[in-house]
Design a protein around this ligand. Structure first.
Ligand SMILES: Cc1ncc(COP(=O)(O)O)c(C=O)c1O
Length: 376
């Protein structure tokens, strides 16, 4: 937030600041989705509450989507439509955690995970990783950190902030470990289709046979369909947990906006070409950013395989400027480029750089960063 505020001040003073801070696609929502929502808004039938757990047709579509991309057969009663994936994260943790229960959270992490864990009465336990392992945890490492109070593991692949994607074998090993220890897995699959490894979607942990039904999957339309502002996500899991989460949601927010749900329905059932075009644009920018980062003075980077972030190590610069925050402030002042310091994700020494921006701006930002790093 400090970097965003400083970037705002510089812009107000007429500086051409480029932000690599975006946590969302820079594309508009595809036209067929917008048109479906416009039609829905014109129909008075949609000017009312929907059932608390979501439009039946959307719950059905989510069940089919889960089967297709995560490989688990579920019924619509095992789905809950939420106000963005973020609400699904909180509802999942609130449903599973009792006071004092521990949640294992691989770091670097999306900052909502520890905060939502605390809100739900649990204790976040970070499991640190670094670039040496490609920011991935192993079952051995999880086993060393788990205690008798460990209730669940929060798993995310592709990851925000690192872009790391676990291989199917790595996913299976972690699923087996959790299953054998009786630990629940809350898996965040919001970036599952934004991958650049040649597969259609990232391997999903919910198809691990050892887990049984001790999993909850979080997903949504925000990133894949460029619909962050629509606020539609979902939670999928065992019917009893979903029922509890639905009751919780009913007293918090009732149902998700009816028109936005109709838009999400059009997204899930609609043509795939616009989605694939966006994915290809991200891939092209990913290659550009990675190529630049691997050439910059004092910078090293694990190649990101998913989402739209790179998470380079800036260690020599961090030593010079005291922290990643110090480097980010220096880059903003000298290069007029905003990056998110690693501390925000529990990982000093790194910065998150998003490639969800126009190709030309990305090239310019990279040129400027290279010039500043060369001078230091
Ligand atoms: C890993 C991860 N999960 C969930 C979300 C939230 O998605 P939504 O916009 O659907 O709430 C984000 C958004 O940044 C994210 O990065």
């Amino acid at each position: 937030m400090a970097i965003t505020e400083r970037a705002r001040q510089l812009r107000a003073a007429g500086e051409a600041v480029i932000s690599l801070g975006a946590g969302e696609p820079d594309f508009p929502t595809p036209a067929h989705i917008v048109e479906a929502a416009q039609r829905a808004a014109s129909d008075p039938a949609n000017h009312h509450y929907t059932p608390n757990a979501g439009l039946p047709a959307l719950r059905e579509a989510v069940a089919e989507y889960t089967a297709e991309f995560s490989g688990a057969r579920v019924g619509p009663q095992q789905t809950l439509i939420t106000n963005g994936a973020k609400q699904a994260v909180y509802l999942a943790l609130a449903a599973l955690l009792d006071p004092g229960d521990e949640a294992l959270i691989p770091a670097p992490y999306w900052v909502t995970y520890p905060e939502a864990t605390k809100l739900a009465g649990g204790i976040p336990v970070a499991v640190s990783t670094d670039d040496a392992t490609g920011f991935k945890v192993s079952p051995e490492q999880l086993d060393r950190t788990a205690t008798s109070r460990t209730k669940l593991l929060i798993f995310v692949s592709p990851s925000n902030p690192t872009g790391a994607v676990y291989t199917p074998e790595e996913v299976a090993a972690i699923g087996q470990w959790a299953g054998e220890r009786g630990i629940w897995v809350v898996t965040d699959e919001i970036y599952q289709r934004l991958i650049y490894t040649g597969e259609t979607s990232a391997a999903s942990i919910i198809s691990s046979p050892e887990l049984g039904d001790r999993w909850l999957a979080i997903n949504g339309v925000a990133k894949t369909f460029a619909m962050t502002g629509w606020r539609v996500g979902w939670l999928v899991g065992p019917s009893d947990v979903i029922k509890a989460a639905a009751s919780h949601q009913s007293h918090l927010t009732s149902n998700v906006n009816n028109i936005a749900q109709q838009g999400a329905l059009a997204a899930l059932g609609g043509p795939r070409e616009p989605i694939e075009e966006m994915r290809q644009a991200f891939d092209r920018r990913r290659v550009t950013m990675y190529r630049w980062l691997t050439k910059m003075n004092g910078v090293s980077c694990v190649e990101p395989d998913g989402a739209f972030y790179a998470f380079p190590s800036l260690r020599p610069h961090v030593e010079r400027w005291g922290s990643s925050m110090g480097v980010a402030a220096h880059l903003l002042d000298e290069a007029k480029v905003a990056v998110v310091p690693g501390e925000a994700f529990g990982a000093d020494g790194y910065a998150r750089m998003s490639y969800a921006l126009a190709d030309h701006d990305l090239e310019t930002a990279m040129e400027r960063l290279a010039a500043v790093f060369d001078r230091t």
